[in-house]
Design a protein around this ligand. Structure first.
Ligand code: KIV
Length: 258
């Protein structure tokens, strides 16, 4: 049965953890979906893990739509969420509606994700949800603000902690169906998770969230510089390099025969 935003909320109530991973193409998406991943996020981290950019800022809406459409073709069960890239939604709610609408209409996404919980973004989330577009929020370390925040843990001072808590609550009240909590203290993530009726999906936010997300390239050991809170379950860089070296040796020695 396909995953819906209603099901995610029910799973929070049942304390059934929500498994979320990122995908950037058909092949990866298909494997994740067949392995039972609940939410498949076409994260703008694809700028770094698939396109070789130094951060998430350069990826364009057109590129995100292209990758989301490929992912969508590989997914039957999971909920496909398209991350709206930098400057495709911040300027005005109208621009956000247009970008999010394209993600659903042209790329087949079932929801979008936006970063930040400041008042103007909360208003944008309210408008998107009012017209029927499911929105996933994202607070704490928001990588589109890397030049202001750097990649350090957020919510460490009392003032920051209070702000992030209030942002998460406001996004929930504006109609977000779930919220990513990135790189914040476990205790803050636990407080937000207990207070919100919608699921929290943590990344570097401790064990008390309703679900966990990883960038799949980090999980697979494909990223040369994963963040300190990422866990790899296999070293595919090593596996791929070894396979390519073995093939090259066979070709050069004349041993490769089909
Ligand atoms: O872009 C992304 O991959 C993300 C996850 C880290 C949540 O936003």
């Amino acid at each position: 049965m396909a995953v819906t935003i209603q099901k995610l909320r029910a799973w929070k109530e049942e304390k059934r953890a929500i498994v979320t991973l990122t995908a950037w193409d058909w092949a990866i998406a298909r494997l994740l979906d067949q392995a039972g991943v609940d939410v498949i996020l076409v994260g703008d981290s694809l700028a770094m893990v698939a396109l070789g950019h130094p951060n998430t800022l350069p990826v364009t809406l057109e590129e995100m739509l292209h990758h989301t459409a490929a992912v969508r073709r590989g997914v039957k069960r999971g909920l496909v969420v398209c991350d709206l890239p930098f400057l495709s939604y911040q300027e005005s709610p109208q621009i956000a509606i247009h970008s999010a609408g394209r993600a659903l209409k042209e790329a087949g996404a079932q929801a979008v994700k936006v970063e930040g919980g400041y008042p103007a973004m909360v208003a944008t989330v309210a408008q998107l949800t009012a017209i029927g577009i499911p929105v996933m929020g994202h607070v704490g370390l928001t990588p589109q603000s890397v030049h202001r925040l750097s990649y350090k843990q957020q919510g460490v001072t009392d003032q920051e902690e209070k702000r992030i808590y209030q942002e998460a609550i406001a996004l929930g009240e504006a109609g977000a169906f779930a919220i990513v909590l990135e790189h914040i203290p476990d205790s803050l993530a636990a407080r937000i998770t207990a207070r919100l009726p919608i699921p929290t999906i943590g990344i570097g936010a401790g064990p008390h969230c309703d679900g966990q997300v990883l960038v799949t390239a980090d999980l697979l050991g494909l990223s040369p510089h994963p963040p300190p809170f990422a866990k790899s379950y296999v070293n595919l860089r090593q596996v791929i390099t070894q396979a390519v070296e073995d093939f090259s040796t066979d070709v050069r020695s004349g041993k490769f025969i089909l």
